[in-house]
Write a protein that binds this ligand. Structure first.
Ligand SMILES: Nc1nc2c(c(=O)[nH]1)N=C([C@H](O)[C@H](O)COP(=O)(O)OP(=O)(O)OP(=O)(O)O)CN2
Length: 124
């Protein structure tokens, strides 16, 4: 299949709600809080479409389970670091061409509904 015709799939894992120790305040160090993870990635889905078999696809269930195992109940200081670690998990899958991870801490700021950090990465 010619490069220009390769179907680049956009996969989104939306609003994955986990709980973790995240933050620098004493209250945050002592108590878990919600984190909401959004992942968007692209990969070449030619084989998945052609074969219609999970073994030919980038399994988003696998990625989701890896993120859950890494984050749920674990401890982080900065949102930037947590976001980076999740992005690293996603990019370790060689099929991923580009990925963006946004992680929200709802109600972390007294006067804001939520605060989030977004990081993205691209494979050459
Ligand atoms: N760049 C970053 N800045 C901050 C982070 C972070 O992870 N990256 N984290 C925090 C705190 O952990 C928390 O999210 C916010 O706490 P705080 O600044 O105290 O916010 P409040 O609105 O509760 O502040 P008040 O002064 O109590 O109103 C901070 N920054």
């Amino acid at each position: 299949m010619a490069n220009a015709q390769k179907p680049l799939a956009r996969v989104q894992i939306k609003n994955l709600l986990l709980r973790a120790y995240i933050g620098i305040k004493e209250e945050e160090i002592n108590n878990q809080q919600d984190v909401v993870i959004n992942v968007c990635l692209t990969y070449d889905a030619s084989e998945a479409i052609e074969r219609n078999e999970i073994s030919s696809a980038l399994n988003y269930r696998t990625i989701t389970k890896q993120i859950i195992a890494h984050v749920d109940g674990q401890r982080f200081a900065l949102l930037e670091r947590l976001t980076h670690e999740v992005l690293t998990i996603v990019m370790e899958h060689r099929a991923v061409r580009w990925a963006e991870v946004e992680i929200d801490k709802p109600h972390a700021l007294r006067y804001a509904e939520s605060v989030s950090v977004t990081l993205e990465a691209q494979r050459d």
